[in-house]
Design a protein around this ligand. Structure first.
Ligand SMILES: Cc1ncc(C[n+]2csc(CCOP(=O)(O)OP(=O)(O)O)c2C)c(N)n1
Ligand code: SF4
Ligand SMILES: [Mg+2]
Length: 303
């Protein structure tokens, strides 16, 4: 498969074609299309078990403009490491290797492989699209599920705060780590482009609404993603070399988290007191992010 990396059909600028198998309104195809628009055709994707195992369909009906290798749930970073090594040994080191994994495959079961790749700073992109639960298997909680959220395994609401994956990845001192959102495509693409000029592990954490699992209408995907950033639940920032932190977007005014929570059925059981508790957590993490930041630079978002 890797040998045919330059032989895929020509989709011009569209890498994720119509006819894919995502649910209506899924943020996933948008995100992957934008990422591939920047990375280009000389890219191979390593994909663990996740919604994209279904979305990308079965050969020869793939809706992708690049090659893709399926792998076991826990092995995205290990597969990407091996793909890159094989390509380099066969003088095709110019091919970009992208591990594209869900939150379950990243925050939970794939964390050891990701840690190994980061510690060695393998020359790969690792992008986690985060829909905040194990959606492919029917919406079980992961350690990326936000506090208060209903899932099939948290019927009364998730009890723990979302795992701080950015802090964990940054502790490996990889050259580049960033958060991104499907509601801010210019920022997302600028970050992928920046990563292309950097040797070593590039980690990008994309917040990606899932209307099916989040129990909301399929036309609310971008609104939900935008509200997550504007309420400061999901801030946009970069970390260089595990140390230098740059905040990419400061909302002009404070938007209450209730506006984000109320459009999603997964939070519909929450009471006022729960929402106040969530607001306090968001406020305190935002203050810490700003006080830890070395710089505030909105140039990606403003483009
Ligand atoms: C070792 C192992 N355990 C469980 C599964 C079943 N499984 C396949 S996909 C998946 C959920 C993936 O969740 P996530 O990584 O968040 O991606 P999403 O489905 O949300 O896109 C699970 C539990 C598996 N394939 N392998
Ligand atoms: S379950 Fe969610 S993430 Fe998976 S394809 Fe459907 S909308 Fe997308
Ligand atoms: Mg998921």
């Amino acid at each position: 498969m890797v040998g045919d990396v330059t032989d895929r059909r020509d989709f011009d600028s569209c890498f994720m074609t119509p006819g894919h198998m995502a649910c209506p309104g899924c943020g996933g195809p948008l995100a992957l299309n934008w990422v591939l628009e920047v990375l280009g055709k000389k890219t191979v994707i390593g994909l663990p078990a996740c919604c994209f195992s279904i979305i990308t369909g079965a050969f020869p009906h793939m809706p992708l403009g690049v090659n893709l290798v399926h792998t076991a749930f826990e092995t995205a970073a290990a597969l990407a490491t091996g793909l890159k090594a094989g390509l380099e040994m066969t003088e095709r080191g110019d091919v970009t290797v992208l591990a594209w994994a869900g939150d379950g495959g990243t925050f939970d079961i794939g964390l050891q492989a990701l840690s190994g790749a980061c510690e060695r700073s393998e020359d790969i992109f690792y992008i986690c699209y985060d829909n905040e639960a194990y959606m492919n298997t029917g919406n079980q909680r992961s350690s990326a599920t936000p506090i208060g959220s209903w899932t099939t395994t948290t019927p009364t609401g998730e009890a723990a705060e979302k795992k701080d994956i950015m802090a964990i990845v940054a502790a490996h001192r990889i050259p580049y780590a960033a958060t991104a959102s499907v509601a801010f495509p210019e920022d997302l693409k600028a970050k992928v482009k920046k990563g292309m000029g950097i040797k070593g592990t590039k980690f990008i954490h994309i917040h990606m609404p899932c209307p099916t699992g989040w129990r909301m209408a399929s036309d609310l995907t971008i609104r939900a993603a935008r509200l997550a950033v504007n309420t400061r639940i999901f801030p946009l920032f970069e970390i260089f070399g595990g140390e230098k932190k740059v905040v990419n977007y400061v909302p002009k005014e404070k938007v209450e988290v209730s506006r984000y929570l109320k459009i999603q059925g997964r939070f519909s059981h929450l009471k006022g007191v729960d929402i106040e508790m969530i607001q306090r957590g968001v406020d305190s993490r935002w203050e810490k992010l700003l006080s830890d930041a070395d710089e505030v630079s909105t140039e990606n978002v403003m483009k």
